[in-house]
Design a protein around this ligand. Structure first.
Ligand code: PLP
Length: 358
């Protein structure tokens, strides 16, 4: 490259470049996508009908913002319209948050390991990541509160946590939020909210009502089964929500995504039955794995974490041979999405052949 070439911002040097995957040989036999925490079931017929209705109108732009969906969300969550922001997946909203709320040199506190987008959002803004190790695979809220300094402008909290699946209860979370100074923004990512069904599970939307420094993010990609359409939402007080909207890509949520999300909201009873089936499978899977001698922490999501350390590559490769495609955090562990009962049976049977010596 010549010294006169345009140069990207230096902060991008710290962000890995996207490397397209080499073409894969055609799969032999069935494979199961257990690596992105997707819903294993296709969209409901009612969503597919709305998708094809909207598909016939793709010669028209959608609204700058998906107003019908925004209104439906405001109604469902019982919040003013001005509190709802939308984006092309919740990762789209993270970009808006980075642009709207971070300045170079700001410190951002988050746990690690946690959502892989965190260091990217922080570095992209030229801000400084402050990573606080998990304790027992769970957020160490005491240590996170202690990591807040006068330079901290944001805390990122993925609850329940990806990739460990663990979660904290409402009282613990409230106590932490009360310790965060008012000028520090807390982003509470509830991508797996619908799978956390314990009586003391936090509800970020309720917590946000008297906390103007809290942004809650949720998505249609997991429980609602619409990952391929890219639609997520956030709830925040208007000063923050307005700022996030200013940084949104206009028309960033397409009409097909909006209509499918509306159909999914209308079909929540049916979808939540599916979610209960997935959480029941999660418990079955965890019980079977533990009986085989594997360690896997209690999960409140649609995936399980296996902290395998150095064995993670070998176990991932053995699973892949059977068509079970899981997320390998090489040298640390595997994150395995709860699949259909058939996929889970195959996973249990395969892990039985690999189980650790006792
Ligand atoms: C914690 C967390 N937040 C957000 C996302 C992405 O969601 P979306 O598809 O809405 O961008 C994921 C996806 O894996 C996630 O695990």
């Amino acid at each position: 490259m010549s010294p006169h070439s345009p140069s990207p911002r230096a902060v991008l040097d710290g962000i890995p470049a996207y490397v397209p995957k080499p073409p894969q040989p055609p799969a032999t036999g069935e494979s199961h996508r257990l690596f992105l925490n997707e819903n294993p079931y296709p969209p409901l017929p009612s969503a597919l009908a709305r998708i094809s209705w909207a598909a016939a109108r793709t010669n028209h732009y959608p609204g700058i913002f998906p107003e019908e969906l925004t209104a439906a969300l405001a109604g469902k969550l019982d919040v003013p319209l001005s509190h709802v922001v939308t984006g092309p997946g919740s990762v789209g909203i993270y970009q808006q948050i980075g642009q709207a709320m971070l300045s170079p040199g700001d410190e951002v506190v988050y746990a690690w390991p946690s959502f892989e987008a965190f260091p990217i959002v922080v570095r992209m803004a030229g801000a400084v990541p402050v990573e606080v190790p998990l304790s027992d695979d769970t957020h160490d809220l005491e240590a996170m509160a202690a990591a807040i300094t006068p330079r901290t402008s944001m805390v990122l909290l993925c609850e329940p946590n990806n990739p460990t699946g663990t979660a904290v209860g409402t009282a613990e979370l409230k106590q932490f939020l009360d310790r965060v100074p008012e000028h520090v923004l807390v982003v509470l990512d509830e991508a797996y909210f619908e799978f956390y069904q314990a009586p003391d599970a936090p509800n970020g939307v309720e917590l946000h009502r008297d906390r103007p420094n809290l942004v809650v993010l949720r998505t249609f990609s997991k429980a609602y089964g619409l990952a391929g359409l890219r639609v997520g939402y956030g709830v925040a007080h208007p000063e923050i929500a307005d700022a996030l909207r200013k940084c949104a890509v206009p028309c960033g949520v397409g009409r097909i995504a909006e209509q499918a999300a509306l159909a999914a909201l209308d079909a929540e009873d049916e979808l939540f039955e599916q979610v209960s089936g997935i959480t029941a499978e999660r418990e079955r899977l965890r019980g079977a794995l533990r009986a085989q001698g594997w360690t896997t922490p209690k999960s409140e999501t649609n995936f399980l974490w296996m902290p395998l350390g150095e064995d993670s590559d070998a176990v991932a490769a053995a699973l892949e041979e059977r068509g079970l495609l899981v997320r390998n955090f090489s040298g640390t562990g595997l994150r395995i999405t709860v699949g259909t009962p058939e996929a889970n049976d195959l996973l249990i049977a395969t892990l039985e052949t690999l189980k650790p010596a006792r």
